[in-house]
Design a protein around this ligand. Structure first.
Ligand SMILES: C[S@@+](CC[C@H](N)C(=O)[O-])C[C@H]1O[C@@H](n2cnc3c(N)ncnc32)[C@H](O)[C@@H]1O
Length: 221
C-alpha cells in the first residue's frame, strides 16, 4: 500500500511548527465591519437565493468561526432560516477536535468574548466553559491543508484566512490567493490577518476600508 504523503510523523511535525494562537472576536474591528457593512450588504444581495457561504480557513480551535456564529445569531437572526453554511477548516487534527468539542478554559473565554455572550452561549462545567449546541451546530469543521489541493467548495461569500499567510513564502501566498480568487464570489469579501495583505502579491484584489477594518475584494476591471 502506498503511504499517504501527509500522515503520521510528517503531519505531527508540521502541526508542531505552526502556532494555534487565536481568540474570540480577534482584533475586534473585522467583526465590527462584518456586523455593520459586510453582512448587511450580503443580506440584501442574496435576499432572493437566501444562501450564504462563509469559510474560515485556518480556524484553529474554533474561536473565529464561533465568534461569527454568535455575531450572526445576535444581529442577523433572519439568516438562521437561510441556507447558511459556516465552514471552518484547519491543517491540524488536534485543533479541529478541540474546536468540535467547543470546550474553552477560563483564560480563553476571558480573551475577547463579551460577558453577555459568555453567559448566553456557554455553560460552565468544572473549570471549563462549553459552547451551547445552538452555536456549535452552526459550524462544520473539516481538515484542509491550504498549501495542498483544496476540496471542492461551493462559491463562497466571505473568506477569512487570518494569521496564517504569514507562515508561507511568497510563492505559496500567491498560489493560495489565486485559489481564493477562484472560490470567492465576484462580489464577496476576503479578510486577512492584521499583518497580512494581498498588496504586491496578487493585484487582482483591491483593499477596502470599513472604519478601522481592512478587507479585500476582487477588483472589477
Ligand atoms: C495563528 S492560527 C490563526 C487562527 C485564526 N485564523 C485567527 O486568526 O485567530 C494559525 C492556524 O493556521 C493553521 N495552519 C498552519 N498552516 C496551515 C496550512 N498549510 N493549512 C491550513 N491551516 C494551516 C494552524 O494549524 C493554526 O491553527
Amino acid at each position: 500500500m502506498q503511504a499517504e504523503p501527509f500522515q503520521g510523523l510528517h503531519r505531527k511535525a508540521v502541526e508542531a511548527m505552526t502556532t494555534n494562537e487565536t481568540s474570540f472576536f480577534r482584533d475586534f474591528h473585522p467583526f465590527e465591519a462584518l456586523k455593520k457593512f459586510v453582512l448587511p450588504d450580503l443580506l440584501a444581495l442574496r435576499s432572493a437565493e437566501r444562501t450564504l457561504n462563509i469559510w474560515c480557513a485556518a480556524s484553529s480551535s474554533g474561536q473565529e468561526p464561533y465568534s461569527l456564529g454568535m455575531l450572526i445569531r445576535e444581529n442577523f437572526p433572519q439568516l438562521l432560516s437561510w441556507k447558511l453554511r459556516i465552514l471552518a477548516t484547519d491543517l491540524s487534527t488536534e485543533v479541529l477536535a478541540r474546536a468540535r468539542e467547543g470546550r474553552y478554559s477560563q483564560l480563553e473565554v476571558n480573551r475577547g468574548l463579551p460577558a453577555n455572550l459568555l453567559v448566553k452561549y456557554f455553560q460552565k462545567q468544572g473549570c471549563d466553559w462549553y459552547l451551547r449546541d445552538e452555536i456549535r451546530r452552526m459550524v462544520d469543521f473539516q481538515i484542509v491543508n491550504l498549501s495542498n489541493a483544496w476540496p471542492a467548495l461551493p462559491p463562497v461569500d466571505i473568506v477569512m484566512i487570518r494569521n496564517v499567510l504569514i507562515y508561507f513564502g511568497i510563492e505559496t501566498k500567491k498560489e493560495i490567493l489565486a485559489k481564493v480568487r477562484r472560490v470567492l464570489k465576484p462580489d464577496g469579501y476576503l479578510f486577512l490577518g492584521g499583518a497580512e495583505t494581498t498588496f504586491s502579491i496578487d493585484e487582482s484584489f483591491e483593499r477596502v476600508q470599513f472604519e478601522r477594518a481592512t478587507c479585500y475584494r476582487i477588483r472589477r476591471t
